[in-house]
Design a protein around this ligand. Structure first.
Ligand code: HEM
Length: 512
């Protein structure tokens, strides 16, 4: 009896021992795992919405404010999306250089649930076969050096058209809306390069304007989505009704593009081998190519063209507007720039794109404009694998925002960061700070694999255009003493108040 009792007791003891050891191992495993993983600092979150209540529609500014408290690498939750926000140059280098390959995928930062061309994005595509294929096409055929050189005459023609209009305004003593004119010249130039080839001149002008109107409607509606509808738990419900509206504008765009593609296909037989081809010609050729490494669809083509218009026209036009506003507000800088142009170009011909490399002050002005008013204030990526950054664990699938607005105004790296001081880019040692994204304090065109593919084109157009506005005219603002450069709309940094002014001829390029 005693032996049986002892045996049962031993069995109980043995079971308790096994359960205790397993429980202890389980607890130790949880403890060691949680001490091993070190997530980035994060403000307290609310259930479901995470940190959405801490953000305003101007995300870069909200991120900058939070970073002052939580540091240059912080984690927040926007609805169900885990996001890491980077706010200094050293940490940006880790993402855009050290871990560039693992962080080379992007995501669509706006409302995707309403998009018509789902999965056809290039600008925000994952780092995969479609992106590789299109990047090669962009670099070799669409926006590569030789393709851009072939279109120099289009850019010149549009610039001369603008100058002619301004000369006429000056002669008549009338004012002009310079913001609107700069936007129109950028849109027309882009339209000609992308799909202006098959149009007669009037149809060309009308179509350029119509496409612009549709794109602006889409962008305006896109910017009206409340954050909780983009990231929050209610994103599928379309509570604001914006989803339905954006779908109907997308439909208008789709019909227009179908019509243009049809016109191109009907006229294809007329394109000689040596005739200049525009972007649409090259895209359709690739679409038809049965041996192409990637099978393009019409949706890819339509969305690529939409993204080009969205990303390019506003960024280029906005940067030129900001440059003119700063120069009009600062007679000393304006005079210094005109003196540089007159010294390099002389007094009997108009500045051209090929003069730009010889105009360091003009370049410094644009560096300073892009530092203070970057049209794209945030870069975004998705982390493809678990990654350690600054000693913190960033989990695979986390969305990463690099706040270049904050980085390019960081008081730890820039002296008097909020002041317009182009001379800072002429100081010894700072001239190597170029537009290529190698110096992580200055990233207006991004950096790494996903850096901007059109920076050279944008700079040629912007510097030659603003250079000629300074060379040819003095400017007097209408009704105000100073241009309001601080009030902007949306995330592109476009001036909220148009730059309305009187051009006063001082060098007439048509009588030179
Ligand atoms: C002032 C003018 C412009 C600015 C400030 C600008 C800026 C940018 C920025 C910040 C990015 C994202 C880079 C990154 O995530 O690291 C980008 C991407 C891109 N830009 Fe620009 N851009 C401008 C004009 C242009 C023009 C004129 C073109 C084409 C002709 C262009 C084509 C592209 C393309 C194709 C991408 C996507 C690259 C990719 O995802 O691989 N951009 N741009």
């Amino acid at each position: 009896m005693a032996t049986k009792f002892q045996f049962t007791n031993y069995c109980y003891l043995f079971c308790i021992l096994i359960i205790s050891i397993s429980t202890a191992r389980f607890i130790i495993r949880i403890l060691t795992n949680s001490t091993k993983l070190r997530p980035p600092p994060s403000p307290p979150a609310l259930p479901f919405i995470g940190h959405l209540h801490l953000l305003s529609s101007t995300l870069p500014k909200s991120f900058e404010t939070l970073a002052k408290r939580w540091g240059p690498l912080m984690q927040i939750r926007m609805g169900d999306a885990a996001c890491v926000i980077i706010s200094d140059a050293n940490t940006a280098e880790k993402v855009l250089k050290t871990h560039d390959a693992d962080c080379a995928s992007k995501f669509e930062p706006g409302p995707t649930q309403q998009l018509m061309y789902k999965g056809a994005t290039f600008f925000n595509s994952p780092y995969g076969p479609y992106w590789r294929f299109m990047k090669k096409l962009c670099v070799t055929k669409l926006f590569g050096g030789s393709q851009l050189d072939r279109f120099t005459h289009i850019r010149e023609k549009e610039r001369m058209k603008l100058l002619k209009f301004l000369v006429q305004r000056s002669v008549e003593g009338e004012s002009c809306d310079l913001s609107m004119e700069l936007e129109a010249v950028t849109n027309h130039t882009m339209y000609s390069m992308v799909m202006g080839k098959r149009c007669t001149s009037q149809a060309y002008s009308d179509q350029a304007v119509e496409i612009r109107r549709i794109i602006m409607d889409i962008m305006e509606l896109g910017s009206k989505f409340p954050l909780f509808e983009v990231f929050g738990p209610l994103k599928k419900l379309d509570l604001s009704g914006n989803g339905r509206r954006i779908k109907s504008v997308f439909l208008r765009y789709d019909q227009k593009l179908e019509q243009i593609i049809q016109e191109y296909e009907e006229n294809r037989t007329n394109i000689g081998e040596r005739e200049e081809r525009d972007v649409m010609d090259i895209l359709l050729e690739t679409y038809k190519d049965t041996n192409a490494e990637f099978k393009l669809t019409k949706n890819h083509i339509k969305y690529f063209i939409m993204e080009i218009f969205m990303a390019v026209v506003d960024s280029t036009a906005t940067t030129m507007q900001s440059a003119m506003a700063e120069l009009i507000n600062r007679p000393h800088a304006f005079k210094k720039l005109r003196e540089e142009i007159n010294t390099v170009v002389g007094s009997n011909r108009l500045i051209t794109e090929s003069d730009v490399p010889n105009l360091p002050y003009l370049q410094a002005i644009f560096k300073e404009i892009l530092r203070l008013y970057p049209p794209a204030s945030l870069l975004w990526r998705t982390c493809a694998v678990d990654t350690k950054i600054n000693g913190y664990d960033v989990k695979s699938g986390t969305k990463i925002f690099v706040n270049i607005h904050a980085i390019m105004r960081d008081p730890n790296t820039w002296k008097e960061p909020d002041k317009f001081l182009p001379e800072r880019f002429l100081e010894p040692g700072s001239q190597q700070m170029d537009f290529k994204g190698q110096d992580f304090r200055f990233l207006p065109f991004g950096s790494g694999r996903r850096a901007c593919l059109g920076s050279s084109y944008a700079l040629s157009v912007m510097l030659a255009t603003v250079g000629s506005l300074v060379q040819c005219f003095d400017w007097k603002l209408k009704g105000v003493d100073k241009a309001d450069i601080d009030t902007v709309t949306g995330d592109t940094g476009a001036l909220a108040h148009s730059l309305v002014c009187y051009p006063i001829i001082c060098f007439d390029p048509f009588n030179a």
